[in-house]
Write a protein that binds this ligand. Structure first.
Ligand SMILES: [Zn+2]
Length: 100
């Protein structure tokens, strides 16, 4: 995670924060007996594959905010794109009416 707070505040991230349970691989650990460790990860898809990045606890709130920012920006862009379609449609219909 970048330490620069300004960068964190404008960062966007696509994906979702998920809880993962895993074993650390140490044979003496409780996880070897099935009591798995719980950690957080960012799950995202890229080029048709789902990928995971393990997160540190301190990354989680920053990543969640960046995901929220991405989703809000996408909503805005989607609504602008639909508005573009409506305008195009209206212009084509208006031109047809003028020709009659
Ligand atoms: Zn363990």
């Amino acid at each position: 995670m970048p330490h620069n707070t300004k960068q964190n505040e404008s960062m966007v991230i696509r994906g979702s924060v998920v809880k993962v349970r895993r074993s650390c691989g140490k044979s003496q650990c409780k996880c070897a007996k099935g009591e798995l460790h719980q950690t957080w990860a960012l799950s995202y898809s890229h080029q048709g594959r789902t990928r995971m990045i393990a997160l540190r606890d301190e990354d989680v709130p920053i990543v969640r905010k960046a995901i929220y920012r991405y989703r809000e920006a996408m909503k805005k862009l989607e609504s602008q794109a639909l508005q573009g379609i409506r305008r195009l449609h209206a212009a084509i219909k208006a031109a047809k009416r003028r020709r009659r």
